[in-house]
Design a protein around this ligand. Structure first.
Ligand code: DAH
Length: 371
């Protein structure tokens, strides 16, 4: 049994200090439990082991102990300090593991179905335009192009529509001002009123055989419920030796068959255009009431208004004066030309009742024609 009878005061201090160390250890352990992150652990480290930490302060009291007690206390102190440090380290590892687990368990929901990018569609006019190019391309026609701002010379004069000629009044023309502000007839520039000047450009630029179509935008000072100041036409031109009107009819016949998907009759009505002679307007049998007519029923068709025919455009044999104005010998070459509205073809193709709808840019209309 240990002899405690003559305990010195120093011995009392030693056991008191030792008890305090144990207390610190106990309180540290419970604090450690509730530390949940790195900041909490650091705080504990400072509070217990920092320079002014509770455990470090106990060590400073060692001075009042006897050498033997000092040794004993020192060992005890080091053991406890080690325990604290190991505790902090273990808790840190534990918190790291918990954090890693949480990270691994984290789920990102990648299953959301994203809406694809919104894809636009081609305008019904563009699609009609391209279909026309396709059909005439298959018939051996190249696509030719010309500017919107055109010389009055090409738009009128070389097409045999001479100054003062009443045909110039037939087309309400936009004249273009120049930089000096001059306008009207002085500048000699217009917004082309038809695609026919592309005939001139083509004949001036190449020798026959010429076989072109020229789809494009044209402009006239027409602006009401059934007219737009900007619309679209397609021109056709075939020039070579020995070209006849029979070729014209055969070509148009093939074209309407392809476009409307049916063998439709075609008819010419004599008409006047200064750049052709003879000139004719051409009509196609109405595709919308053909079935009724074939079955002997009377047609009350809103598209052809019961006539059974739909007007398409103008055509004719190229006038010798036009050949001359374009540097081709009218004794050697013959040719035909035609021109008609693309917008009207689009109306027929897509069952659109009003021309103006095409140009209003209303998505509720356009979205009905997905490509
Ligand atoms: N350029 C004429 C117009 O806009 C249409 C036309 C008629 C074109 C007869 C032609 C043609 O090539 O031969 O009214």
């Amino acid at each position: 049994m240990p002899d405690n009878s003559n305990e010195s005061p120093a011995t009392g201090a030693a056991s008191q200090l030792a008890a305090q160390l144990d207390e610190q250890l106990a309180s540290f352990k419970s604090d450690l439990e509730s530390a949940t992150d790195e900041a909490g652990l650091y705080d504990l480290q400072v509070r217990y082991l920092g320079k002014k930490g509770s455990v470090s302060l106990l060590r400073r009291q060692m001075g009042k102990l006897s050498p033997d007690e000092k040794k004993l206390f020192g060992q005890r102190f080091n053991a406890i300090k080690g325990e604290l440090e190991a505790g902090l380290e273990a808790r840190r590892a534990e918190l790291d593991a918990i954090a890693r687990e949480a990270e691994l368990a984290r789920r990102v929901d990648l299953s959301a179905v994203l809406r694809g990018p919104e894809v636009g569609t081609l305008h019904p006019i563009t699609r009609t335009w391209r279909r026309l190019e396709e059909i005439f391309g298959a018939l051996g026609f190249d696509v030719a192009d010309g500017p919107h701002v055109e010389s009055a010379d090409y738009n009128f004069d070389r097409l045999n529509i001479l100054p003062g000629h009443p045909a110039r009044d037939m087309q309400d023309t936009f004249f273009v001002r120049d930089r000096e502000g001059r306008g009207g007839e002085e500048t000699g520039l217009v917004l082309r009123t038809h695609t026919s000047p592309v005939q001139v450009r083509t004949m001036l630029g190449q020798k026959p055989p010429i076989r072109i179509i020229a789809p494009g935008t044209v402009f006239r000072r027409d602006d009401d419920a059934t007219h737009s100041p900007m619309f679209h036409q397609i021109e056709g031109l075939y020039v070579d030796e020995g070209v006849t009107m029979a070729d014209l009819k055969a070509t148009l016949y093939r074209f309407v068959g392809e476009f409307f998907g049916d063998a439709l009759a075609l008819r010419f009505r004599p008409s006047y255009f200064p750049f052709v002679e003879p000139g004719a307007e051409f009509d196609v049998e109405c595709v919308f009431c053909k079935k009724d007519r074939d079955a002997g029923r009377s047609a009350s068709c809103s598209v052809c208004k019961g006539s059974g025919w739909i007007e398409l455009g103008g055509s004719g044999m190229v006038h010798p004066a036009v050949f001359e104005a374009c540097g081709l010998d009218p004794e050697r070459y013959t040719g035909w030309a035609f021109g008609f509205g693309i917008d009207r073809m689009a109306m027929l193709r897509y069952g659109v009742p009003h021309l103006r709808i095409f140009f209003e840019g209303d998505l509720r209309f356009l979205e009905q024609y997905p490509c």
